[in-house]
Design a binder for this molecule. Structure first.
Ligand code: ADP
Ligand code: F6P
Length: 466
């Protein structure tokens, strides 16, 4: 077995098993923030990525991607249901996102979650060379840090949570709260998107595990666990160079023409997820049309919603509701050859996304809760001129960084309507100042800066407990 000095452990491999039209198997980059972010930094670093390849049944061997080795972990049909769709995405995901959808507590899922976490931990322990760094990602694998510590006390263990960590009163609802907290605190460094998360965890560790210490330095048993905020980012240079390619620029021009050259374009790009606030946004937009404050003849909305977790009931229900509402809005307000909303429920490649971002007058990113939201940063990176407005939810981690966006509370539909109008009518000089501010920020806080900051802190961890 080949071993590496850096091992990343994440639920998904950065590639998805995707059936081609002729039935052959082809691989594509997984949608979602985590794979995109880590893919960018690992392509040129000797490392092994342990993760699930997307299908069920025995995992196939996979070729390296540059210097990155892939170590697939298999899932059976039952494990997919209990671990991924069940405990990870029907219990933890809604609970960690402010319970905007009711979390499901199904006692049967826990054992499967634990079994699968152990499989990931064993795979990581196998491919880590002596003294290696093992970096575990996200809520799917919250038990893995402590499991690796037991299997391989010689390695340095990092854990990064890409999603929000909830307030203590919500976390306390979890039937398996002690195991989940202890599992995560098996790491030497636990990273979050926002400082508040580290504070919440320190409080819970005191209450549930009898830990001592402060927010960024938790004393648990005879160890120090460091915690901190490391806001994740994107590969700004990649998005910028993609956006400057002549065929992307031409595609953007063509899209503008197809949408109506004289029209103002509102654009949203999300995974089709109930945390993303798509329904609130559609309500706001349709009311603006209803009230005559926005006219379909001079404004159009584009909603890209990439299919996600489609076997989970709440996601299927959401998709049905959104598609009904888009149909209703177009039926009531559209005209022949002139829909009010273009709805695209399909994955796009990076170049298509770069072109789309360039067509928007207003990018509307209004999640009800989001750990970070990389789409907001991608929009800024893709803009080649100092124009275009970003309407951004206060409840996205990105809002703490992109202060020049038009910030909004998406739960307040009237406030959202006013902010959309404000962004549509903004003065070009104001937009230019805002765009420059956001561009400067992401340029110096890109994905490489994030990885450097996290890995440096991890290498300086393992401090004595005195
Ligand atoms: P999350 O991690 O919850 O999915 P983020 O906004 O952080 O949310 O990341 C979403 C990622 O998925 C972005 O990198 C974005 O470019 C990508 N993405 C969104 N929509 C699509 C799509 N239709 N096709 C391909 N990738 C998409
Ligand atoms: O960022 C949160 C996250 O759950 C990532 O871990 C994941 O890659 C992404 O959203 C997409 O979700 P999924 O892997 O369930 O398709």
């Amino acid at each position: 077995m080949r071993q590496s000095s850096l091992v990343v452990v994440a639920n998904r491999l950065p590639l998805d098993d995707n059936a081609a039209p002729d039935g052959a198997c082809e691989w594509r980059r997984s949608p979602g923030g985590l794979a995109g972010a880590l893919h960018a930094i690992l392509e040129q670093t000797p490392a092994t990525w342990v993760g699930w390849g997307g299908g069920v049944g025995p995992a196939r061997d996979l070729p390296d991607i540059g210097t990155l080795r892939l170590r697939p972990v298999s899932l059976s049909e039952d494990e997919l249901a209990g671990y991924y769709e069940g405990f990870a995405n029907s219990t933890l995901w809604p609970l960690y996102h402010d319970a905007v959808e009711q979390p499901v507590f199904d006692r049967g899922w826990w054992e499967t979650y634990r079994t699968v976490n152990r499989r990931f931990a064993e795979a990581a322990a196998e491919v880590a060379e002596p003294g290696a760094t093992v970096w575990v990602q996200d809520y799917h694998l919250q038990l893995v840090p402590q499991m690796i510590r037991e299997l391989r006390p010689d390695v340095r263990i990092g854990f990064f949570l890409h999603v929000p960590f909830p307030p203590p009163e919500l976390f306390m609802q979890l039937p398996r709260r002690i195991e989940l907290l202890r599992g995560m605190l098996g790491a030497d460094l636990v990273g979050f998107q926002r400082p508040q998360a580290a504070h919440n965890v320190a409080q819970l560790a005191q209450k549930l595990l009898g830990a001592r210490g402060a927010d960024e330095r938790i004393l648990l048993d005879d160890r120090v666990v460091l915690t901190g905020a490391f806001p994740v980012s994107i590969d700004v240079a990649e998005m910028r160079s993609l956006s400057a390619r002549p065929y992307v620029v031409n595609q953007a021009r063509q899209l503008r023409h197809d949408l109506g050259a004289h029209k103002r374009v509102l654009l949203s790009v999300d995974r089709l997820d109930y945390t993303k606030g798509i329904e609130h946004r559609l309500t706001a937009y349709s009311e603006l049309i209803r009230d005559g404050r926005v006219k379909v003849r001079d404004t159009v909305m584009v909603q890209v919603a990439v299919p996600s977790r489609e076997r989970v009931e709440s996601y299927r229900g959401l998709r049905d509701r959104i598609e009904r509402e888009v149909g209703r809005i177009n039926g009531e307000y559209g005209r022949v050859g002139e829909p009010a909303i273009h709805y695209l429920n399909q994955p796009f490649d990076r170049a298509d996304l770069a072109a789309l971002y360039q067509t928007a007058d207003v990018m509307v990113v209004t999640p009800l809760r989001d750990g970070m939201n990389l789409v907001a940063k991608e929009f800024v990176a893709a803009r080649r001129e100092d124009n275009g407005a970003l309407v951004l939810s206060e409840f996205a981690g990105a809002a703490a960084e992109l202060e020049d966006a038009f910030l909004v509370n998406p739960h307040d539909v009237d406030g959202l309507k006013e902010t959309l109008l404000h962004a549509l009518a903004a003065d070009p000089d104001d937009l230019a100042t805002r765009m420059k501010g956001m561009r400067d920020y992401i340029t110096s806080n890109d994905i490489h800066a994030w990885a450097r900051a996290y890995l440096t802190a991890l290498h300086e961890s393992r401090v004595p407990a005195v």
